[in-house]
Design a binder for this molecule. Sequence first.
Ligand code: SF4
Length: 298
Amino acid sequence: MISVKNTTHIQSALLDWYAQSAIPYPWRGKGASPYVILVSEFMLQQTQASRVASLLPAFLKVFPTLESLSAATNAQIITAWRGLGYNNRAIRLRDTALAITTTFNGVVPDEPSVLRTLPGIGAYSSESLPCFIYGTRTIVVDVNVRRVYSRLMTSQPHTGALESMSSVRTFAKSIIPDREAATWHHAVMDLGSTICKARSAHCEACPLTNICPSAYLPKAPFQTQRKKEPLLRGEPRRLWRGRLVEKLRDAGKDGLHLEALLPDAKACGVELAEWMTLIDGLKADGVINVGKTIALSD
Ligand code: SF4
């Protein structure tokens, strides 16, 4: 474990570096309201930060406040979610906005255990929201943070290998500053996404080079640890679902007849029974209504 002296050194070196190099995402800094942070944390769950940064302003134009989002229909929110993927998140975000409006007086709860009772908020978001909204010293560990901490904890070649989550959390507890917890986590995330990257650590540009046990270690073959996704005809099922939703967005409230919605099986190689499984899944998730026509749900 890193000594107290080295902990202080890491904290000041990283925070100084961040003060010069911070990526100016719209959900950071004094201008970011709790509402903007809530929306962006949902978007960031499964979408790259640069993509979220480009799509967030348009979403906020449609839904500028928690109240406006709470009143959105499924069709409205899925339409505004265009380009972000994983449409179920949009519905859960609206449900969470509604719960905050009705049960919590419009104030995002600050307790992780309370946040975890809201739709779409799991272990990660229940800690990131209090940290980024209120500056609470929670432990926020995404994939970038886990990699940076793993390399700071032990000497290891630059591979996909990571320390266990429980030891990373123990390390995090010892290294997160008492103040500036939100700035600290933004700094670690930026270091992980721009310098201490998964496949190429640029130690020569890192503010922690003189203290990191993994600095300049030779590269070993990179081990990918991607979760296996359910596939359909060699592609993730979510992409096929996304194509259906995209067509229904364009169709508007009248929706489409089944034959107009589905591409020709010969052209795409997906049979009717496989399409129907996707449609049943979207219906079960509340994304679409199936009647005489198929449309985004109200
Ligand atoms: S010195 Fe290299 S391995 Fe260590 S944190 Fe910096 S970039 Fe990552």
